[in-house]
Write a protein of this length. Structure first.
Length: 297
């Protein structure tokens, strides 16, 4: 057992160092998604080995794990004075085998705004059902997989941001201006990144540049970002999207039935504070839906 434990610690050290190198080598950053699991493997190996060599290797392994994971738990998130807006974000999955159950789970959360990804598959017929309770919705081209539904009226809306000449800029992004009665209007947007790699890096850079070009203090941006909080790419995005703040903190949302990776996220501008964020019950999707309650600061 000691040999097995020592090998487990050594493997955890190698994996953690490889993942940490993703700060400099984009192709390795994908491994950072599993950084907490590498830490668990190291601790389990130390428990089995119980040798000085295992202890020394464990300390070395837990340094990159700690550097990657701890900032997620210590970063500040502004608090709301009161919960005023309930937002559900959910990748409903193209091949969802139970779209009706998925729609019911969304409705049971009593959301004010719903942001959906992969809504152009088996879930599409359920959009009409959702509109019984969320009567305001965005239009999107036939090849668009995104959807926004709202309990409150929607003003301006579009697919992609547009400049004064009407030219699209930024990544594929569905946005809408929500107009709650008796309260200031605000903008919500949803998007779906491809898997980590050069194309995703391009879209992340486009998003940061696009948001920098519009008034974004009251913006809320959420979706399936295919990034975990301990990836270098996520830290880069957090910095690039400032003053928007990521309100989701390590909410594992993929993959059903045992969620391990927190890859669905919500950002909000400086007008907003967080009341709470939680994972909703499993649906027919391979992702779990998230409910985020926010309010004005």
């Amino acid at each position: 057992m000691r040999l097995i434990g020592l090998l487990l610690v050594a493997a955890g050290l190698l994996a953690a160092c490889t993942a940490f190198a993703g700060r400099w080598v984009l192709a390795l950053d994908t491994f950072a998604s599993f950084m907490p699991l590498f830490g668990v493997a190291v601790l389990l190996g130390l428990l089995l080995a119980r040798t000085r060599a295992a202890l020394a290797l464990s300390v070395l392994a837990l340094i990159p794990v700690g550097v990657a994971v701890l900032p997620e738990w210590t970063r500040p998130i502004p608090a709301a004075r009161a919960a005023q807006v309930r937002i559900v974000t959910h990748n409903v999955w193209h091949d969802n085998p139970d779209p009706a159950e998925t729609a019911q789970t969304i409705l049971d959360a009593h959301p004010d705004v719903v942001l959906l990804q992969e809504a152009n598959g088996t879930f599409r017929p359920m959009l009409a059902a959702l509109r019984q309770s969320l009567p305001y919705a965005t239009d999107c081209p036939a090849d668009c997989e995104l959807a926004i539904l709202s309990r409150w009226p929607i003003g301006e809306r579009d697919y992609f941001l547009k400049d004064h000449a009407g030219q699209s800029f930024g990544p594929p992004l569905l946005w809408a201006r929500i107009q709650p009665p008796g309260a200031p209007a605000f903008t919500v947007a949803t998007l779906h990144y491809v898997h980590p790699g050069p194309e995703q890096a391009k879209r992340r850079a486009e998003l940061a540049l696009a948001l920098a070009g519009v008034p974004h203090d009251d913006w809320i941006v959420a979706g399936d970002m295919n990034l975990t909080p301990w990836a270098a790419a996520m830290r880069e995005q957090d910095a690039a999207l400032a003053p928007l703040t990521r309100f989701t903190r390590s909410l594992a949302s993929w993959r059903r039935p045992v969620p391990v990776l927190p890859i669905d996220h919500l950002y909000a501008g400086p007008d907003w504070g967080l009341a709470d964020a939680r994972r909703l019950p499993a649906t027919g999707s391979d992702h779990y839906p998230l409910l985020v309650r926010i309010g004005r600061r």
